[in-house]
Ligand binder design. Sequence first.
Ligand SMILES: [Ca+2]
Length: 302
Amino acid sequence: MSGIRTCYRSVIAAVLVTACLPFQGAVTLPTNSVCSIAGQNAAAAVDHHHDPVRDPTGAVGADANGGAGVVVAVLDTGIDATHPALAGKVVASINFSDSGDALDHKGHGTHVAGIIAGGAGPDGTTVGIAADCRLLNVKVASDDGMVTTESLVKGIRWAADHGADVINISLTVTGSEALAAAVDYAWQKGAVIVASAGNSYVPFVSYPAGYPDVIAVAATDDHGQLAWWSNTGPWVDLAVPGSRILSAVPGSGWERKSGTSMAAAYASGEAALMVPFVPDLDGDGRNNTEIVEALEEQRGVH
Ligand SMILES: [Ca+2]
C-alpha cells in the first residue's frame, strides 16, 4: 500500500484547482468543486443526468424505477433538507463532525445529495440520478470542510447500521486500519460503497476510495474524456460525468460544480438505480457484489 496520502487544500467553491495540490498531512478535506473548470465555456455545459443505466438483464431501463425504496447515505458536510429539490428525501440525520448541527453550512453535501436524489431543477427537469431514493444525512465534515478519519469511520458504521444500500463518500482522508475495518463492516452488511478518487491529477491512491471494496470514481469532462484534474490510476474503478453538474446548494439555489465529488455522487445514483434490479447471483444474501460488477461493466475504466 502506498505510504503517500493525498489531501486537498480547500473545499471553498471559489478556489482554483491549483489550490488543490496534494500534500502529506493528517487531515484532508472533501474533494472539491473546481471553479477554474466551472467558469469555463459554460454555454457548452451538458447535463448528463439522463444517460441511461440498464439493469444487467438489459431488458428494462433501471432508471424507470428511480431508486424507489433504496436508501443512500451521504457522508459529507450535511444536507439542506429544506431545499425544494430535496424536500422529503432525507429520512434521518446525524452529526459526527465538530459542527453544532447536521445542516450544510458549506454547500458541498447538498450538491452531492441533489445529484443523487434531487427532484425538479430550475427548469423543471429532474436533476437527480435516482430521484425516488431516500437519503441518510451523515455529517462527517465540519463547517469549514475538515474531516477526520475518525468521524468518517463513525459515519460509515452508522450508515451501515441504518439500512444504507449505498454509501456515498465524496471526500478523502488518511487511511487507517479502523477505516478499512469500517468499510469491510459496511460491505459485509450489504452496502455498495462509492468514493471519489480526488481532484489532484495524481496517480496516488486516495482513501477510502482505494480500498478494494470501495468503488473509486474518477470524473469525465463534457467530451466523455477523463477530466484533466481527476485522479486516476489502476486503483480507480469507474469514470463517470463530473464536470459542470447542475445540482442544489443551500438556500434553494442551484450551481454547476465540477469534481470527483460530483462524479462519485453520479455513480452512487446509478448504483441506487440498480439496487432493486440486481439479484444476488452468488447466494451470499446480498447483492452489492453483483451491483459493483454491473457498474464496472458499464462504467469501468479497465
Ligand atoms: Ca451476492
